[in-house]
Design a protein around this ligand. Sequence first.
Ligand code: C5P
Length: 235
Amino acid sequence: MKVFVILPAAGIGTRMAAAQPKQFLSLGGLPILIHSLRAFAAVPRVSALYVAVRETEISRVQSQITEFLPGHSHPPIHVVAGGDSRQESVSNALTALPAAPDDLVLVHDAVRPLIDAATIDRTIDAVFEYGAAIVGLPAIDTVKQVERTAHGALISSTIPREYVVLAQTPQGFRCDLLRRAFAEAAADGFVGTDEASIVERAGHSVAVVPGSAANLKITQPADLALAEFYLAQRT
Ligand code: C5P
């Protein structure tokens, strides 16, 4: 059984208002994408990594990989063309994977550079046991369901915190399950914001592995400052 990793990194990152997509911004002197790649490349059970980037950025990413992940002491890293949505980017990489039905596939946001090896290992263990598992952060704030009205949001109910986790990545699945769920979503025109939502609608339950605040998704300018803080604490 092999473990493949897909890193969707083809986003444009409009919320960051930066000169380049957020996965290429510098964190502690290295591109964010390189931090994410290094985290998975250092996990012994990982067999190969597939990064999905915009067609126009393929050669830039290949040079960064040669520069920052040199040599053969890590699993092979392949760069494939992404798509117009995260789901399309993952789907393109999934098509390129030389994976057997019972191999495992982990999908990780390229813009979550501070994922740690222990969490990756726990996710792999949980996918092995349940067929599908994601990293999730228990909710700290009280969670409200709202209705959108012309005058703003109105609360319709309060969801008890113990029933809520915030989905992070990695999200891992048996390859045959993920491929079937993606095919069903494509046939139905369903677009999800994560892989778990696609697998849930295919009728498979998904386990949750505890995440951490440090595994944040870099989305807005303040997130980069927070990530620098967590990185400095780590080193
Ligand atoms: O900002 P968002 O939540 O969509 O980004 C999550 C991840 O999905 C990022 O790593 C981003 O680069 C990636 N993505 C992608 N292809 C797209 C849109 C986002 O690979 N078309």
